[in-house]
Design a protein around this ligand. Structure first.
Ligand SMILES: [Zn+2]
Length: 342
């Protein structure tokens, strides 16, 4: 089947299969949707079926073999760009199209991250699109399709992609990549609908570091009594390598779990399933309002750090806000002249 081995995107797979079955493949597709969710992967898989002599992606014919080896002469793939796609590269595409297809039904150009085309490159590309030929097919892949000229978009058949559901990524990480369930759940949650991102995530951060981080934050006393543990933990965290943003995200997932329990959801809905005891104990001393205030504190911290605020000081304040008693969780902080936090 088309799309076998690629998780999610069932509606898109059916749509592409239908266009093959009915022999109604347009002259241009625009595959758009969030980054790193498998759009290009599915485009290449579709092309294998399109090129295959029997349209079945048999894996045995010359077209399938060349597609699998990544060297089909009728496919021009513009991919892996970090910077802008300039007009010179568009000229290479035009050159590729000048010849008739060797073995495939059409000459194909796949442009990944098509939104990286400069204005001049887009204008040149538009001219190519405006002269449709029965023997060419373009596939534009884009995570930011609104950066493409409306006249380019309107000449393509758009295939919209969404994020892959979290449960699906979790299952894939467990079954196909051998992750433990607890690890898979957290990684899938942070990956935000992208399997590629899930596979790239730093495992150590999400397993041992996550547990230590949550335990440390959970053990903090009320800052009004003693502020030293907060300052020490902020110091340790600020010296740690790796993404502070990822740590904030882990704390957000933890407090989200606490909120879920308070709102009557079951333990099966939790992301940190290996920390159920800590989450349950925390829920006993929180209210929904206090957890929302802590989530807000985490959100504000993320914004402050993105705006280059002082890391150490921002973490000091965050840890104090996360450990205030539930009935004061939403309050503001001030530090009195004797150094006490109020
Ligand atoms: Zn084949």
């Amino acid at each position: 089947m088309l799309g076998d081995g690629i998780i999610g995107h069932e509606r898109q797979k059916k749509l592409l299969q239908k266009s093959l079955d009915r022999n109604r493949v347009p002259s241009a597709y625009l595959f758009c949707g969030p980054e790193e969710i498998g759009k290009k992967l599915l485009a290449l898989n579709f092309l294998k079926f399109f090129f295959c002599r029997g349209n079945k992606g048999c894996g045995a014919c010359v077209n399938c073999k060349k597609m699998e080896q990544g060297n089909h002469p009728d496919l021009f793939c513009l991919s892996g760009h970090a910077g802008p796609i300039k007009i010179d590269e568009l000229r290479l595409i035009q050159k590729h199209l000048r010849f008739h297809p060797f073995e495939a039904p059409r000459k194909v150009c796949l442009i990944d991250d098509a939104d990286r085309m400069t204005a001049a490159a887009q204008s040149a590309f538009l001219k190519t699109l405006e002269e449709p030929s029965a023997s060419t097919l373009f596939i534009l892949v884009s995570g930011k399709a609104d950066l493409l000229l409306p006249t380019i978009r309107s000449r393509c058949q758009t295939v919209n992609f969404g994020r892959i559901p979290r449960e699906m990524i979790t299952l894939c990480l467990i079954r196909q990549h051998g992750m433990e369930e607890a690890e898979a759940r957290v990684v899938a949650a942070v990956a935000n609908g992208s399997l590629a991102k899930a596979l790239k995530e730093d495992r150590e951060l999400y397993i041992s570091d996550r547990i230590k981080l949550i335990e440390d934050v959970d053990a903090l006393p009320d800052a009004a009594d003693n502020v030293l543990p907060h300052l020490q933990l902020a110091q340790r965290l600020s010296e740690k390598k790796g993404s502070q943003e990822a740590r904030l995200e882990l704390l957000q997932l933890y407090f989200r779990d606490v909120l879920f329990l308070l709102e009557g959801r079951t333990e099966a809905d939790l992301i940190n399933i290996d920390l159920v005891d800590i989450i349950r104990r925390r829920a006993e001393r929180e209210t929904s309002d206090s957890v929302l205030a802590r989530l807000e504190a985490l959100r504000e911290t993320g914004l402050a750090l993105a705006g280059n605020a002082n890391l150490r000081l921002t973490l000091d304040v965050l840890l104090m806000r996360l450990s205030r008693p539930a009935d004061h969780a939403g309050g503001q902080f001030s530090i009195s002249t004797n150094g006490k936090v109020q």
